[in-house]
Design a protein around this ligand. Structure first.
Ligand code: PGA
Length: 250
């Protein structure tokens, strides 16, 4: 079975509810009837209700950018999977490199968040990727393997049914530098082999692995034409409806 590509927008800390409404007003007509790929937009939490309302009945799903591992409690600033589900949210990003870099996210907290998200039935986009020094020291494969093993720890293949992995080399995020399609495909193969070790071959062959890091309308089709690349996680270029639509329709 060919893997259906998933094209996801990661808005990071951009857009107010009004700007979210405007985005969907302009974006939805551009992608209406597009069924080849799964389309997801992940706005800041403050915009989730507006995004969900705006996208209702369309071919665009809404995701959050993070999720806590507990259902509720004294965890200031966090949002639980149950809360996302109550809003009709179906997808979530876990372990983005900006969370790891700036907010103390570790392999262990990524594992706890991922486990909770999958258990709640959210399609969970788990981000992995090496920083520049790691790549330059030849450590990329080791880093990817470690991040995967630790993120997947104690998750069964059955529980992982809605797992998606995003390979996001940190040196390519927001820098305008993109991994070449060949280099991304190599990293994806490492991740797929690791997923096979943990979850088995059959699971791994169905696992979607997205590429993220300066994906733009100009480079989307060469990246998406790689057999190993099952979609994209798009930051900067997803903020503009025309540019994100052009990526969706690569
Ligand atoms: P970028 O971000 O497309 O702006 O490089 C990608 C991401 O961080 O998910």
């Amino acid at each position: 079975m060919p893997r259906k590509k998933l094209i996801a927008a990661n808005w990071k800390m951009y857009k107010t509810p009004d700007q979210t409404r405007d985005f969907f007003r302009d974006f939805l007509p551009l992608v209406s009837g597009h069924t080849r790929d799964e389309i997801v937009v992940c706005p800041p939490d403050i915009d989730l209700a507006t995004a969900h309302g705006s996208a209702k009945g369309s071919n665009v799903a809404i995701g959050a950018q993070n999720v806590h591992w507990k259902p509720e409690g004294a965890f200031t600033g966090e949002t639980s999977a149950a809360m996302l589900l109550a809003l009709g949210i179906t997808h979530v990003i876990v372990g983005h490199s900006e969370r790891r870099q700036y907010f103390g996210e570790t392999d262990d907290t990524v594992n706890m968040r991922l486990k909770a998200a999958l258990e709640a039935g959210l399609t969970s986009i788990c981000c992995v990727g090496e920083v520049l020094e790691e790549r330059e020291s030849g450590l990329t494969d080791d880093v990817l393997r470690r991040q995967c093993v630790r993120a997947f720890h104690t998750i069964s293949a059955k529980k992982a049914a809605k797992l998606v992995v995003a390979y996001e080399p940190v040196w390519a995020i927001g820098t305008g530098k993109t991994a070449t399609p060949e280099l991304a495909a190599e990293a994806h193969a490492v991740i797929r082999r690791e997923a096979a070790e943990v979850f088995g071959d059959e699971f791994a062959s169905g696992l979607r692995i997205l590429y993220g890091g300066s994906v733009k309308p100009e480079n989307a089709s060469s990246l998406m034409s790689q057999e190993e690349i099952d979609g994209a996680l798009v930051g900067g270029a997803s903020l503009d409806p025309k540019s994100f639509a052009a990526i969706v329709k690569y």
